[in-house]
Design a protein around this ligand. Structure first.
Ligand SMILES: [Zn+2]
Length: 227
């Protein structure tokens, strides 16, 4: 709804999420704050903390996070606005920046399809959208790689996992994802996209499902890496 958004911009001018300065209509972060974004540069290195998270758990070809996620950081504000404030512009920006980083890797052309981390339909109904899909769609648009958000679904709703041990989390995650069309993914290299990575438990569970399909390869890209 571009026209509707233009009208909204006239009524509600946008302010930089970093410093509150007034912005030109389509931005969410000003030039100065853009320069200050805490890039991890993980995509530039084949061995990085994201690859390390999954050592001995699942085999991933390539993996990385765009930004460091720390408390009170601009990354946190971008993610918060994307997740809870219905601010799709924040997700689009993340997708654009991620696409830029990924286009300079020597492997992005191997990716056949981008899949956003699935969200349970109940949760999505409440929120109205899946924030990982916003990032994945922007990434897809900017890299010209197809995105598919229907092929894998989260069929079991999981409660917050923070009180559980890693083993308990792993156990409870094993059957929550469902692949709707295995044939469509067979032989494909899939880039799984999520907003923030912490323990990697849900990525591992979803990744396991993907890797159980014949001849698939898995790579991972997340917007932010929580230390
Ligand atoms: Zn700013």
């Amino acid at each position: 709804m571009p026209l509707f958004n233009d009208i909204l911009d006239m009524i509600y001018p946008r302010y930089c999420m970093g410093c509150d300065s007034l912005l030109d209509s389509d931005d969410v972060v000003c030039f100065d704050c853009m320069d200050e974004l805490p890039y991890t540069d993980f995509f530039k290195h084949d061995n990085n903390p994201i690859k390390e998270i999954f050592y001995g758990r699942i085999i991933i070809q390539h993996g990385g996070s765009l930004l460091f996620y720390t408390k009170e950081s601009l990354t946190q504000r971008l993610i918060f606005n994307l997740k809870y404030e219905n601010n799709h512009h924040a997700g689009k920006l993340i997708g654009i920046l991620m696409a830029k980083e990924l286009s300079s890797t020597d492997w992005i052309n191997e990716i056949d399809v981008i899949i956003p981390m699935p969200m349970h339909r109940k949760k999505q109904r409440v929120r109205g959208y899946n924030q990982a899909t916003i990032i994945a769609q922007s990434l897809s648009d900017n890299l010209n790689i197809p995105m598919n958000e229907e092929i894998i679904i989260k069929s079991i709703h999981t409660e917050t996992q923070t009180h559980k041990t890693r083993e308990e989390r792993w156990q409870s995650m094993q059957h929550v994802f469902e692949v709707k069309d295995k044939n469509a993914l067979a032989g494909k290299h899939i880039l799984l996209v999520d907003d923030v990575i912490t323990t990697g438990a849900s990525i591992e569970a979803c990744g396991n499902k993907i890797l159980s399909i014949e001849n698939t390869k898995l790579s991972i890209a997340t917007a932010a890496y929580a230390l």
